[in-house]
Design a protein around this ligand. Structure first.
Ligand SMILES: Nc1nc2c(ncn2[C@@H]2O[C@H](COP(=O)(O)OP(=O)(O)O)[C@@H](O)[C@H]2O)c(=O)[nH]1
Ligand SMILES: [Mg+2]
Length: 305
């Protein structure tokens, strides 16, 4: 098993424990009570009622008719999770020499993990040999600029920043222009997420998008929504809001490690049908994984392939 999978498995450990610990004393045959317990646990892992029923209805039937082993239950769940997430996986396209730099705009509500994700993804792309430039276009608070500056230093990445209060569009402009003239492969733009301010966030993001479009002749190549896995139903309304402003092309789902709510990916995908590029599994710069359906299903359920 690779280190990559280890990290995802560790990140999802709390969700997995929540699912299976109550069933640990179960004999090899799973009965109706066990499935009720599993249902409660799936719900508490934020899988949602609808998804939960879809998993459990065939399992109940099978347990009643033919009997179901604990092993069979896990295998069936891995399959069911994989089937449900079909199409949810998308890798970031490689930057093309004739369209460099690839511009990635990160959006999302405050605290969802944007700034961390920008640094984590930037570091991962640099690790693949790309020349990466970060842009601190969350100019709303000095702390936000300092945070990204610190992370860029830690990750050894170049950064464009201006003073607190500067126009985010101007920061994006600086960064993309520098990206174009200095031969960067990727420009990653961090943005503000505070919804309740005098500066209307959605207008601000629309402006950043237009600034990039003017320089590149196309909008930011990716408009990535960063959502916290524990946001639950809010993730859906957040997605609609940001989609209207910038047209979201992909998701990064963060904090799968902390909450024991790793199941939230299922209803998020089911309702939004926006592909997931990365999952965040910790606070460190390395704690991010490219989203892979099979690895996720196995890590969630606790099975190795
Ligand atoms: N456990 C955990 N914490 C995370 C993850 N991603 C971000 N965080 C933490 O969440 C908090 C908010 O993150 P930040 O990137 O500043 O969010 P922003 O306001 O959207 O820019 C910080 O304390 C991060 O360290 C993750 O995947 N797992
Ligand atoms: Mg931030």
């Amino acid at each position: 098993m690779s280190a990559v999978w280890d990290r995802l498995r560790q990140g999802l450990a709390r969700t997995r424990e929540r699912l299976w610990t109550p069933l640990e004393g179960t004999s090899s045959q799973v009965d109706a009570d066990d499935l009720d317990t599993l249902e409660a646990m799936l719900l508490s892992a934020d899988v949602g009622l609808e998804v939960c029923q879809e998993f459990l209805t065939p399992l109940r039937e099978r347990a009643r008719k033919d009997g179901l082993t604990f092993d069979g239950l896990q295998t069936h769940l891995v399959d069911a999770v994989e089937r449900m997430l079909e199409g949810a996986e998308r890798a970031l396209p490689l930057p093309q020499p004739d369209t460099r730099p690839q511009v990635l705009l990160f959006v999302g509500v405050n605290g969802s993990g944007k700034t961390s994700t920008v640094a984590k993804v930037g570091k991962a792309l640099a690790g693949e040999g790309q020349r990466v430039l970060l842009a601190a276009a969350d100019t709303f608070r000095a702390a936000a600029i300092e945070q990204l500056t610190g992370l860029a230093e830690l990750a050894g990445l170049d950064l464009i920043a201006q003073k607190p209060g500067a126009d985010p569009g101007a920061v994006a402009h600086d960064a993309v222009e520098r990206g174009r003239t200095r031969g960067y492969d990727a420009v990653l733009i961090d943005t503000a997420g505070r919804l309740q301010t005098k500066r209307p966030l959605m207008e601000e993001l629309g402006k950043v998008r237009r600034v990039v479009e003017r320089l590149q002749g196309r909008p930011p190549d990716e408009r990535l929504l960063v959502v916290d896995a524990s946001a639950g139903q809010n993730a859906v309304s957040q997605a609609h809001l940001f989609d209207q402003a910038v047209g979201v092309t992909g998701l990064a789902i963060t904090k799968l490690d902390g909450t024991a709510k790793g199941g939230a990916i299922l209803p998020i995908w089911r309702q939004l049908r926006i592909p997931i590029l990365w999952v965040g599994v910790g606070e460190g710069l390395e704690d991010i994984e490219t989203f892979r359906v099979t690895a996720f299903a196995q890590a969630l359920v606790g099975r190795e392939g």
